[in-house]
Design a protein around this ligand. Structure first.
Ligand code: FAD
Length: 341
């Protein structure tokens, strides 16, 4: 049987990591990544890239925890290797602070991040408007570096990359045996998923190299995430807004909120404003589908809708999507054997 041809549509963190898991698990397949945007022009490039999960209401906590654990373990190993600087992965310690006690005493991910503990009174003195908090160490991705690193690994495995907008998945059926849909918010149009909606996020990337600890307000709206090249200041969560233009009054509001948490940011320089649309859904779309037209079939695996947690969960969902691709391969090989006999 000739090598099966697999196309991954999407070159954000989900598409590239899914392609890498497929290339690792099924090296005999001919693999192609197709996307209308590559780094530095994807939503994934805008993200802060912190590994702090957000709870997804429609996916069981057990599954979310597994996805986060696999992602954390994978990136922790990279952070502990010579690849760390090129991949843009590093450990970062800091605080999540609350004005009133959080509803859940321990978040589901508290035993996966490192050294999770309540903040001490001395630490809380830094945040006079907050009553309590949690201290922990997690991982952060410099998103464009990580996407470039993933692309480099894929190219080294012989994976082809093409810039192309796909109008519908069926247009790929004559060229590919299996198509993996990792189009993020693009799936709203591509597969008409009405359950998928944007949550607009505006962030500032600033130069403030003296800021080394992250600070996240427990409401999830205000955060300061130091990275390799800049510090990400956030943010906004605007449900159903498709507007990709930065709003100057929001920029000022974000800056003021962050300065009230970390006054030294008043001296931050080189402020750049970025906007991205989180591909949000009640649960991640991670399943198989068979498309058919006039007796012809195309096997599809969907992996999109990671909302606010694409970086926090990407390796876990990529492994699961690769497993589904494995089921498609087995089905195709089974049907070609049946056709022979
Ligand atoms: P994208 O990065 O949007 O990639 C989609 C890909 O599909 C692109 O290559 C696009 O060109 C391609 N595509 C779409 N439609 C088509 C089509 N029709 N034809 C061809 N190609 C197509 N997550 C975290 O875990 N931690 C964070 O700290 C964090 N911070 C964030 C801050 C902000 C401001 C925002 C906006 C998001 C943040 N996120 C964070 C969420 C994270 O960015 C997303 O969950 C993640 O980027 C989704 O990745 P993706 O690969 O699914 O989508």
């Amino acid at each position: 049987m000739a090598a099966l041809k697999v196309a991954v549509v999407g070159a954000g963190v989900v598409g590239l990591s899914t392609a890498l898991c497929i290339a690792e698990a099924f090296p005999a397949c001919s693999l192609t990544v197709i996307a209308d945007r590559f780094t530095p022009n994807t939503t994934s490039d805008v993200a802060a890239g912190m590994l702090i999960p957000h709870t997804i209401p429609g996916t069981s906590l057990h599954v979310q925890k597994q996805w986060f654990k696999e992602t954390f373990t994978y990136l922790f190993a990279i952070s502990n290797s010579a690849e760390a600087s090129e991949a843009g992965i590093h450990l970062v310690s800091g605080w999540q602070v609350f004005k009133s006690s959080p509803t859940e005493e321990l978040p589901f991910w508290s035993d996966i991040v490192l050294g999770f503990r309540p903040m001490s009174e001395a630490e809380l003195q830094k945040f006079p408007q907050h009553r309590c908090g949690q201290a922990f160490t997690t991982l952060k991705c410099d998103c464009p570096s990580y996407l470039l690193w993933l692309e480099k690994r894929l190219k080294a495995k012989g994976v082809q990359m093409y810039t192309r907008k796909v109008a519908n998945l069926w247009e790929l059926h004559s060229e590919y045996n299996i198509v993996v849909n990792c189009t993020g918010i693009g799936a709203h149009q591509l597969v008409g998923d009405q359950k998928l909606f944007p949550v607009r996020g505006q962030v500032l990337k600033v130069r403030a190299p003296w800021v080394k600890h992250f600070v996240r307000d427990g409401d999830g709206l205000t955060y300061i995430y130091p990275g390799i090249h800049n510090v990400t200041l956030g943010g906004t969560r605007e449900k159903e807004s498709w507007n990709l233009s930065p709003d100057p009054s929001t920029t000022k509001a974000i800056f003021d909120r962050c300065c009230s948490l970390e006054p030294s940011l008043q001296r931050a320089q080189d402020i750049k404003v970025k906007v991205g649309l989180r591909p949000s859904r009640v649960c991640v779309a991670l399943h198989r589908e068979v498309l058919s037209q006039g007796g012809a079939k195309l096997l599809v695996v969907h992996n999109y809708g990671h909302g606010s947690g694409g970086f926090s969960m990407h390796r876990g969902t990529a492994k699961e999507a690769a497993h589904l691709v494995g089921e498609c391969i087995a089905a195709l090989q089974g049907s070609s054997l049946r056709a022979k006999f």
